[in-house]
Design a protein around this ligand. Structure first.
Ligand code: IPM
Ligand code: MN
Length: 353
């Protein structure tokens, strides 16, 4: 298969983890006879420095021309220390999501047996937990009308029927490919926008008779993902709730450095780690490349390259089992492996498979 891939490495640890993500894609291309053509493009803090825009038109053009975007992370200390700056790396990320129409953010939560003890949660609760959070990504408070003066400020949590229908459809269809259990997470006891979500979900239930659909308030769901993670199969929720919930669920695996995601919608699909740019660690060969590498696996699987995705997943699990791990999940007193060493180990595993 031939694929044109836009490569947006962004800021902080982005370039280091992206290098490993691309190396893994290359190893897969060589092994399976695919042709992946990469086009790099700037985004985030360094794009602000270079051209004054965190998601310049030139980058959007590259993304639109590509079959898929492989994205790392954006953000820098300069902007973290000045949360009021108007032009920010995050605004680029939001513009990118909006312009590419990426309304469905898919964030899988799976555990690795050898890392269960690294999670702050009890091992016996976690073993076998495997669910997907689908977060609406281009609506709600993030994009609704905003206002701020000295005495008053608001953000409007607006959702329209077509926006809700299309994201719920992603949820129902994802449930059909899995254990057929969909949990709609909302705050319908308080919010009108949530009541609309719930009404539309109830209307759609009859189109998916095989799916068991249930409804949970976000406050309750925030507790249940930690106390009963195995209860869940597919969660679908609005932008803001999904943002908060997926930081929470990222601790289930034991490290944020392990969580990939995909963002799907109208134009080019995008694949990126759930974690951020960790500017404090930039250039130090400390960051875990696995979230980026698993994002590459999700990219391949999106195009039906399931055997290729499975081999990447097998290589990742083998690296963890072999204790070839970055510092945040290293066994006590174990040998030290950096971003590069973990990536190279995984590449070699694929080559020799
Ligand atoms: C995420 C991030 C972004 C979000 C920020 C960086 C704007 O937290 O992708 O989860 O809130 O969506
Ligand atoms: Mn977030």
């Amino acid at each position: 298969m031939k694929l044109k891939i836009a490569v947006l490495e962004g800021d902080g640890i982005g370039p280091e983890i992206m290098k490993q993500g691309v190396a893994v894609m290359d190893a897969i291309a060589a092994k399976f006879g695919h042709e992946f053509e990469y086009t790099p493009a700037i985004c985030g803090a360094h794009a602000i420095e270079e051209v004054g825009d965190p998601y310049p038109d030139s980058t959007h053009e590259v993304c639109m021309q590509a079959d898929a975007v492989l994205f790392a992370a954006v953000g820098s200390l300069k902007f973290d220390n000045d949360p009021t700056a108007k032009i920010r790396p995050e605004t680029g990320l939001l513009a990118m999501r909006k312009k590419l129409g990426l309304f469905a953010n898919v964030r899988p939560v799976a555990t690795f047996d050898c890392l269960l003890h690294k999670s702050p949660l009890k091992e016996e609760l976690l073993k076998g937990a495997d669910f997907v959070v689908i977060r609406e990504l281009t609506g709600g408070m993030y994009f609704g009308a905003k206002y701020q003066d000295n005495d008053q400020a608001y953000d409007t949590n607006i959702y329209t029927r077509p926006e809700v229908e299309r994201i719920l459809k992603v949820g129902f269809e994802m449930a059909m490919t899995r254990k057929k259990h969909l949990t709609v997470v909302d705050k319908a006891n308080v919010l009108a926008s949530s009541r609309l979500w719930r009404q539309i979900a109830k209307e759609m239930e009859s189109q998916y008779p095989e799916v068991t659909t249930d409804y949970m308030f976000i406050d309750n769901a925030s507790m249940r993902v930690l106390t009963e993670p195995r209860y869940f199969d597919v969660i679908v929720t609005e932008n803001t709730f999904g943002d908060i919930l997926t930081d929470e669920t990222s601790c289930i695996t034991g490290s944020m450095g392990l969580q990939p995601s995909s963002s799907l919608g109208e134009h080019t699909p995008l694949f990126e780690p759930v974690h951020g740019s960790w500017p404090q660690a930039a250039g130090q060969n400390l960051a875990n490349p696995i979230a980026q590498i698993l994002s590459a696996a999700m990219l391949l699987e999106h195009f039906g390259l399931n055997e290729e995705g499975a081999l990447i997943r097998k290589a990742v699990t083998a690296s963890l089992d072999a204790n070839v791990r970055t510092p945040e999940i290293q066994v006590e007193g174990g040998e030290k492996y950096g971003t590069t060493e973990v990536g190279e180990w995984i590449v070699n595993y694929i080559k020799n498979a």
